[in-house]
Each structure stands twice: as C-alpha cells, then as structure tokens.
Write a protein that binds this ligand. Sequence first.
Ligand code: IPM
Ligand code: MG
Length: 358
Amino acid sequence: MMTKKIAVLPGDGIGQEIVAEAVKVIDRLKQAYGLDVELEQGLVGGSAYDKTGSPLPEETLQLARESDSILLGAVGGYKWESLDIAVRPEKGLLGLRAELELFANLRPAILYPQLADASTLKPEVVSGLDIMIVRELTGGIYFGQPRGIRTLDNGEREGYNTLVYRESEISRIAKVAFDIAAKRDNRVCSVDKANVLECTELWREVVNKEAQRFSNIELSHMYVDNAAMQLVREPKQFDVMVTTNMFGDILSDCAAMLTGSIGMLPSASLDINSKGMYEPIHGSAPDIAGKNIANPLATILSVAMMLRYSLNDAENADRIETAVNKVLDDGLRTQDIYSDGMKKVSTSEMGDAVLAGL
Ligand code: IPM
Ligand code: MG
C-alpha cells in the first residue's frame, strides 16, 4: 500500500495548539499501529498572510491538491479583521473549499453521555442526541456573483450578495444526505426558505426529485426559522439535515451547542471522490489562543473522521474515538466542558491523556 499524504494546516489562534495535539495522536498511531501516513505542514489564514501576503499561498494550494487528506485547525483573529475582505484569513478557508470542490460538509452533533451536564439545555432534551448536518459548502450566497459594496447615485452605499444554486449543485448535496441517512435512521429533513426565496423553492423541488431514487428514505422539509426553533425545542426529532451553505453555517453552530461545547465536534468537507478536508467546527478563538486551555478533542476527532471517510481505516478511527471516550469517562475536562467534580486539564494534558488511552 502507498503511504498516504496528509497536509497539516494549523492556521491561526488556537489552531496551532489543537493541531499539535492531533499530530501527536497521528504519530502514536504510526508508531503503535502501523498507520502509513506522512505529514507535511503548510500555511493558511492570517499567519499565511503575514508571511506571504496571501491567506492561501499557491504553495499551500499545491500541497492540498497533492495530498490525500487535509487536516485544518482554524483561521482568523482580531489582528486581521480590518484587512480587505479579499485577503482576510477566512478567504484562505473558503479558497480551499472552492478550489478543491469540497461541496459536502458533514457536521455531526453528537452528545457524549459524559457531557450531558455541560449542555445549556435540559439533559432529557439532549441525551442521546445524534444529528448529522449536511451543509452545502461551495455554493449559495457565500460564492454567488455579483457581490460587493457599491455607491448609488445619491451617494449612499449599498451592500449586495447573490443567493444562487444550480440544479446539479442541489442534487449532488441531496444525494450525499440520502446516502448518509441510508446508513443511519433513513430520515432526511431538508431546510430551506421556500416561502420567500425562489432559489430555495428550486432547492426543495430538486431535493424532492432526487429523493425518488431513494425509496427507503423518509424526506421532510422545514423552513429555516422553524428548524432553528426545533433544534432547541426538540432536537432529537432530527436524523440527517441537509441545507444551503449559509443556513448550514448557522444551524450547525446551534446544533453544536446542544452537545455542551463546540469544542467537541469534528467535521469533514468532501469532494465528489471523498477526498476531504477535516477540521473542528469551532473557530480560532483568539481570546484564548496561546494559553494552552483550548479543547483539542474536536481536532483529534477530526482525525478519526479522516481515517473513516477518506483513508478507509475504521480500525484506527475506532481507536481514537474509544480513547476520547475513555478520557471523558475518567473525568478529564478542558475548561469549556468543565463541571463540578471533574478534573480540569490543559490542552496538552488532554492530548497526552488521549495518547495514553491509545
Ligand atoms: C465555518 C466558519 C466559516 C464559514 C468561516 C470561518 C468562513 O464559520 O466553517 O462554519 O462561515 O463557513
Ligand atoms: Mg460557522
């Protein structure tokens, strides 16, 4: 078997610290269980901008293209907030998604039973929660043209963006959602705003059409405002949710918080051949960067997702997930998931504990 190559892009803020812990985990799997991968680091986001003038240097794009998988930390920070939007750190991330056509973003929201108390919702509302949000990632209002800020005749400025989806973009993301549901509870809820936006009226029509090829799937539709409400009212009604880029951005943060901490959740962004970029769904948290207190588990669990979805190595993925469960059972908590009676640990102590569990 050929050695698989993983591009490692820590990015900004806590990205550096949490990716370092994930790399420790990969190294351990290499030593102990013969995981056959090589890692190469690259620059992305604000740190790339500082060194090269671009949040996505050509070299990084090249590295990402030639790698089998990409592990990303997070991008962004106060330092770069006043930059022109074209060179903001976020453009590095959006550029990778677009250039590699990573159109399918899988964001699981799973409640670890050990963390039921960490959620701001009542335990009975969230216990056993297991939702998969499938977010379209390379289209919609994030990428639609025209976009910009223009000055009107009267001198007033006007900002504008465009929400666009082609039928082919809708059907391919719907298919991903149906395929995933087929391996779960066979239920898909498609989220749109078809009562107001023509673009998502088409979305609903195409999702319905694609569903005809999946006879076992139970498909429902929900307007996004109601979906946001249902997520906090009765989240366990959902199995798989499929939605547009921006609605998915918003709903996945909401779903993440049901699980107690956004610091626990990994994500995968896949192309049509399941090549993928894996990253924690949380951001770069500049307020706590460099303090060794961030939760590295979302990034470590992103490695497990990578092994499962792109590198075909369920065995090592299981090893990571089992080790994470064990540290939670042992009562180890970073500050974001800490509750009374638990043992508070730092970023690197949490990483070491996972290593010990491997
Ligand atoms: C996410 C983030 C990104 C997004 C930002 C950092 C560009 O919020 O991955 O959810 O909006 O997609
Ligand atoms: Mg987001």
